[in-house]
Design a protein around this ligand. Structure first.
Ligand SMILES: Nc1ncnc2c1ncn2[C@@H]1O[C@H](COP(=O)(O)OP(=O)(O)OP(=O)(O)O)[C@@H](O)[C@H]1O
Ligand SMILES: [Mg+2]
Length: 502
């Protein structure tokens, strides 16, 4: 076979190396199966690329078929409501506030981005996040910075007005660090002045606050108060620009976190997003993504057509496979986050090779098991005797109420146990049948290995005053895991010590 292909490639150096021109290789002349085999590699790569691209911007999940309660998916309704609200702000000058609430990965950010893309006139959009703007002063800086980027006018401190302002530097925009290596931040007293500039701008403003609940934890909720107060004072037809505040959160009790004066200014409008409720939404998405068509071009049109028809047949078979449905149902029962499905599909596509170019239930099963959390300490049974002794001593120390321990404590427990087990006057061939003794340095070596592998975690700062035998540690292994591991070793003395009541 290679000897046949070689001359063809050398005859057409100007053509794409992946797909030789159909003029030179007559696909119809050979039988269909062998021609597909010939182009399967390049076509598969193109198909993989197309699917991975489609995974970056997933299509919408369809209306939940089989879910009689809902004619339209919940997120579709939320998108419509948010769209209306933002349009009302931009076109009619209404001040609006709302909270987008839903579990993680339920499409909150996606809905907001889509609605922002639909807003007719180009409003000023300010994006804040509770994770990055962890106090109001950082948020003020960010607001001023984004305003500057979108309007071209820098908000600056009137030096005569405020003595807190630091000289010539504008703390709203500069990244100058003070002598204490701290970022120069605007004084909090400027917050009302900064927020009150928003309605004076030439265009309406939309403020998106991600992780809204974290802003409610800022002292006095000053930023939320100022923003929502300004929203409330927006009057349509007053000649001032409107302001909309959209909070995004996954925390259910967010409105309860708001202080009374802030809550009274918030509209209370909560839009709830949700994950798809039935498996059909997932299978529909899987089918749509996997059936992504290939971009055809003149050179390879014929081969792509052949490939696509066989790909389609195989995808249909994959989707209707009962084993695939069971696997998807199991995952869906654990998590309905579409990001998980996307990871699975990505893994599934990357697994395909020329030898097995079509997805199957076994591919899917392999990807799902790769996504599962591995046992934290799966190989405990393979540990050497001194290490297992230390862990058992550790468990007994925990049962006795000492969650933290030192090497001396564990070593003491071990030597006591060895003494007890060898105390019985039973000997075989002149040797004791009790537990084997281990020299102290060996035990210390095992202890240090546990520290290095983070199975023992230090709970106090390392200090030169305390010698290493007396530094306190905590064990990350669970009792049950160790019990199973000891049972698996088949070591009778260790089993007996493990199950010994303290
Ligand atoms: N209904 C849907 N149809 C298709 N894809 C969706 C849908 N909902 C969410 N996604 C996808 O799931 C991913 C997560 O969505 P998004 O970031 O909007 O969730 P989120 O609710 O903002 O999550 P978080 O709370 O973690 O910020 C995105 O890639 C998005 O495209
Ligand atoms: Mg989000």
């Amino acid at each position: 076979m290679p000897s046949v292909q070689q001359p063809e490639r050398s005859q057409t150096p100007e053509k794409s190396p992946r797909l030789p021109s159909p003029k030179r290789v007559n696909i119809r002349a050979t039988n269909s199966a062998s021609s597909i085999a010939h182009y399967v590699g390049p076509c598969l790569n193109m198909q993989k690329r197309a699917i991975l691209r489609a995974l970056q911007s997933l299509p919408d999940t369809r209306a939940d078929e089989g879910d009689e309660d809902e004619e339209q998916p919940r997120n579709g309704i939320v998108m419509q409501q948010l769209d209306d609200l933002l349009k009302a702000t931009v076109t009619r000058g209404e001040g609006n506030s709302c909270l987008l609430l839903g579990p993680r990965g339920s499409g909150k950010s996606r809905i907001v981005e889509r609605c922002l893309a639909n807003v007719p006139q180009k409003p000023i959009i300010i994006r804040l996040s509770g994770w990055t703007e962890c106090n109001d002063r950082l948020a003020m800086r960010e607001i001023a910075h984004q305003l500057f980027q979108q309007t071209g006018t820098a908000y600056s401190i009137d030096e005569n007005d405020d003595t807190d302002a630091a000289g010539e530097d504008n703390p709203f925009l500069d990244t100058i660090e003070t002598e204490q290596n701290q970022l120069l931040l605007p004084p909090p007293s400027h917050l009302p002045a900064l927020i009150s500039t928003l309605p004076t701008l030439s265009r309406p403003t939309i403020v998106i606050i991600d992780s809204f609940d974290l802003f409610a934890l800022h002292p006095r909720q000053a930023l939320l108060y100022c923003l929502l107060d300004t929203v409330q004072s927006c009057r349509a037809g007053s000649g001032r620009s409107a302001l909309a505040v959209v909070g995004i959160t996954s925390r259910l009790d967010t409105t309860n976190l708001l202080e009374k004066r802030v809550k009274s200014r918030f509209s209370g409008r909560t839009l709830r997003t949700a994950h798809p409720r039935v498996l059909n939404a997932w299978t529909g998405l899987v089918q749509e993504v996997l059936s992504t068509p290939l971009p055809g071009n003149e050179d390879n049109e014929e081969h792509v057509e052949t490939w696509q028809s066989s790909w389609k047949t195989n995808i249909d078979a994959f989707i209707s496979d009962d084993a695939v449905e069971t696997l998807l149902r199991e995952v869906f029962a654990v998590s309905k986050d579409i990001r998980l499905l996307r990871n699975l599909l990505m893994g599934l596509v990357l697994q395909l090779t020329e030898d097995s170019p079509y997805p199957s239930a076994s591919h899917l099963s392999a990807v799902i098991s790769a996504q599962r959390l591995r046992l934290q300490h799966g190989e405990l049974h393979a540990l050497p005797y001194p290490s297992l002794c230390l862990l058992i001593a550790c468990m007994h120390s925990r049962t006795a109420g000492h969650d933290t321990f030192t090497f001396e404590m564990l070593h003491g427990r071990f030597t006591r146990q060895v003494r007890t087990s060898t105390a019985a006057p039973v000997q075989v061939n002149g040797g004791s049948v009790g537990m084997v003794r281990c020299p102290r340095p060996v035990m210390m070596g095992a202890f240090e290995e546990f520290i290095a592998s983070r199975i023992f975690v230090c709970v106090m700062p390392a200090t030169a005053i305390v010698s290493k035998e007396f530094i306190k540690y905590r064990c990350t292994v669970e009792f049950d895991d160790l019990r199973k591991a000891v049972a698996r070793t088949g070591h009778a003395h260790l089993k007996r010590w493990m199950n010994k009541p303290q």
